[in-house]
Design a protein around this ligand. Structure first.
Ligand SMILES: Nc1ncnc2c1ncn2[C@@H]1O[C@H](COP(=O)(O)OP(=O)(O)OP(=O)(O)O)[C@@H](O)[C@H]1O
Length: 750
């Protein structure tokens, strides 16, 4: 760069610094105001219940605002748009949130990246500039502007990224070259046009985002959550947004992205965490997980519940008051048919069944005593006595017991006969054997959708609990009103005191109601409530979900406002998706829209060439995404015996660590060898992760070493898909250690 141009740049940086500093000053002022208001609100005490509610709302509001203002510190201002002279727009600065100058007629100082005005920052191209003359990416470190990259959007200007339609190519490449830390970063400054369209797509309906590895599906999904919360805040804050990921390692990896965008009201969860009260820490065998995920399990479970609704074969004798009552098959069958016809879940229909049988037993007992001698009141008393009798209760329970989802599922998998009866022809003997032998003492993630299905089938008999709650509320109110009456009649009590007492009484009732509604955010409440339904659900790595997982998630999204992101070419789960249509048709038929991402931002071209050969073996019709960059570093392959591999791993990993100079390294191993590999790398640097391919899904590392690829392929029916996933985790370097046969697709490496 010539000295003059260098000087110009320095001056330009100083000008940008002055503006950016003004924006930070405004941020500081906003923080101070929010803090002051919060402190003032917290200081207030007493007042009417109405005032207290208002105070609670204000406290939440100011705390949220403070958290939001605190989260946008880094890279607050990252873009600037200059428009053509004939455009009506003025120069606009784009950043992580919107800030306005109240003293200057609310002139925007900074425009939130999600606002419609910011859109040209992501969409404008030389061919379609949208009134933009220049797009500038501002680089900064803490509050200091360190540089900028300009793009002049006129047709004569060179547009290097034209082939792939990249916006802000220099800033994008700088972001992609950055060393990975083990936590995903946001991409607000460099969102690309094809991604922007998906992020800002409307709230309603089911949208599927299909894209190969590294195309930014996860990034897009999270930015979409932030966009939807910004644009449809009213609608979404009450019901909340759920983001589902494949496992907790993945959730930790993405956990910081939304907070860094100032959004904390999103529940991140795996399917296995969506059944409150159950921690699914067990592990299924691959085969057991596959069987548990099949759609027929819904029928098997429905049968299992029906099997617990029995009738006597042929007569049940019940001892009652030194006599014997007889319950025959026909009476019980009629009662069962009536209870089932009520279409209520098992525990609620149980009431109908019991009531029918108590009627029958009362008639029988009355006949024995000579029914003509009894009046209706005697008969009613007799029914109550029968209902309270332990022997009778036990007999009725033996026919139609109260069930819990956990109890029933445990019994089903532990009892060969029960399972055989419920499965009928739906499961083969081998399938059933997988369910029995694959049992873990702990619940597994694949059990969770089964428990959820059972919770629907079994239901909860909350008649008494609800009646009790209503009674308590009535009593409290009556008591409060009674006391107030007394106080009003007592002339000795002065008005002020009367007011105070009435406040306390009402406040007590109010507090009780509040306790139930609670001050938690929608996301927090949703996490505690199995029957919660969300305003929008985003599912990442959606191709991995089983049919039973889908049933659970669809129950949580009755409005079908969903974003599903995934790649059917990366499906590793044996029960995972082969096509999106197949997965969705039971729920929305063909009413879903497909968006595709085509550019790979993660994996350099050299590595992608290797991965693409594996993909061609999976299915020659599938196309690998196009890499956005090259590194000039060829992937390496080493042939070693298994023992040599374990011995050499520490030094191989050390070499990779120094090659990525402060970046991250992953060693991806077949599941069979993972324990040995972990032991061999026990003392290694914390930037090294040792993982199976399954747990590496969705993650990325600067360098990846794949061990024994032939075993990865052999380990599962979708082994080639797994190998494809493994090879595409790298952002810079790839190595392969071969211990057995060479996988044909990797031949050119050797
Ligand atoms: N527009 C962008 N600007 C900067 N970085 C980006 C952009 N899009 C994607 N990336 C980066 O590319 C990498 C891959 O993105 P992401 O993990 O979202 O891809 P993915 O499609 O979910 O991949 P996979 O299916 O392999 O898990 C991440 O590091 C992400 O930050």
């Amino acid at each position: 760069m010539s000295p003059e141009r260098e000087l110009d740049r320095t001056e330009e940086i100083a000008r940008e610094q002055a503006y950016v500093s003004t924006v930070y000053d405004k941020l500081d002022a906003e923080r101070k105001t929010a803090q002051r208001r919060l402190t003032e609100t917290l200081r207030l005490t007493g007042g009417t219940p109405q005032a207290r509610t208002e105070r609670d709302v204000a406290t939440t509001l100011y705390s949220d605002r403070l958290a939001q203002l605190g989260s946008v510190e880094q890279g607050l201002v990252f873009g600037r748009l200059d428009f053509t002279p004939d455009s009506e727009e003025e120069t606009a600065y784009i950043g992580r949130l919107g800030l306005f100058d109240e003293d200057d007629d609310y002139r925007p100082l900074l425009i939130d990246w999600r606002a419609p005005v910011a859109r040209p920052f992501y969409l404008a191209t030389a061919a379609s500039p949208e009134g933009v003359r220049r797009r500038r990416h501002i680089r900064s470190l803490s509050r200091k502007v360190t540089g900028f990259d300009d793009e002049i959007l006129d047709l004569h200007a060179a547009d290097q990224g034209q082939d792939l339609g990249l916006a802000g190519e220099a800033a994008l490449l700088a972001a992609l070259e950055r060393k990975r830390t083990g936590e995903m970063s946001d991409i607000v400054a460099t969102i690309q046009a094809e991604q922007d369209r998906i992020i800002r797509s409307g709230l309603n309906g089911v949208m599927v985002v299909q894209g190969g590895p590294g195309t930014g599906k996860t990034a897009v999904a999270l930015h979409r959550a932030a966009y939807l919360l910004y644009t449809f805040r009213q609608q979404l804050t009450t019901r909340g947004v759920l983001v589902v990921g494949p496992n907790s390692t993945f959730l930790r990896y993405i956990g910081q992205v939304l907070p860094s965008l100032g959004e904390t009201g999103v529940l991140l969860s795996t399917v296995g965490q969506l059944y409150p009260g159950v921690e699914a820490t067990g592990v299924d065998t691959r085969e057991a997980a596959e069987v548990k995920g099949r759609l027929v399990m819904a029928e098997v479970l429905a049968n299992a519940v029906k099997d617990r609704q029995r009738v006597p074969e042929p007569v049940l004798e019940i001892e009652y008051e030194r006599d014997i009552l007889r319950l025959d098959r026909k009476t019980a069958s009629d009662a069962r048919a009536r209870a089932r016809r009520s279409r209520r879940p098992h525990n609620q229909a149980r009431r109908v069944f019991r009531s029918e049988l108590l009627d029958a037993l009362t008639r029988q007992a009355a006949r024995k005593l000579g029914a003509e001698l009894l009046d209706p009141r005697d008969i009613e008393d007799m029914r109550e006595e029968l209902s309270a009798d332990r022997g009778v209760a036990a007999a009725l329970d033996s026919l139609w017991p109260e069930l819990t989802p956990e109890g029933l599922l445990d019994d089903l998998f532990a009892d060969r006969e029960r399972l055989r009866s419920a499965a009928g022809k739906l499961l083969s003997e081998a399938d059933r054997a997988h369910l029995e032998s694959g049992r873990d003492a702990k619940w597994t993630p694949a059990d969770v959708p089964l428990l959820d299905e059972l919770a629907e089938l079994i239901g909860e008999d909350d008649t008494e609990a609800r009646a009790e709650e209503a009674r308590r509320e009535r009593e409290d109110r009556a008591y409060a009103e009674g006391v107030l009456d007394i106080l009003e009649q007592d002339e000795e009590i002065i008005d002020e005191e009367l007011l105070r007492v009435s406040d306390v009484l009402d406040a007590e009732l109010f507090a009780e109601r509040q306790e139930r509604r609670s001050q938690l955010t929608a996301a927090q409440r949703a996490a505690l409530d199995r029957t919660w339904t969300f305003g929008h659900v985003i599912i990442d790595e959606a191709q991995e979900l089983s049919a039973m997982d889908w049933r659970l998630l669809m129950r949580r999204t009755p409005n079908r406002s969903m974003t599903l992101v995934g790649d059917v070419a990366q499906t590793g789960a044996p029960g995972g998706a082969r096509s999106w249509g197949e997965v969705l048709s039971p729920y929305v038929e063909d009413r879903w829209r497909l968006e595709e991402l085509t550019v790979n931002y993660r994996t350099p071209a050299e590595i992608m060439a290797v991965a693409a050969r594996v993909l061609a073996e999976v299915n020659p019709e599938l196309e690998a995404p196009v890499s956005v960059r090259e590194t000039g570093v060829a992937p390496w392959l080493k042939r070693l015996s298994p023992n040599e591999m374990l011995a050499e791993l520490p030094s191989l990993v050390d070499k990779e660590l120094s090659a990525v100079d402060g970046g991250t390294v992953a060693v991806l191993s077949p599941a069979e060898r993972i324990a040995d590999v972990r032991a061999a790398l026990a003392d290694v640097d914390e930037r090294v992760s040792v993982l199976t391919v399954e747990t590496a899904k969705g993650l990325e590392f600067d360098s990846v070493v794949v061990l024994s690829p032939d075993e990865v392929v052999a380990e599962s029916p979708r082994g080639l898909n797994d190998l494809y996933v493994a090879l595409t985790r790298a952002t810079q370097r790839l190595g392969v250690v071969q211990t057995g046969d060479l996988v044909p697709a990797l031949q050119p490496l050797g």
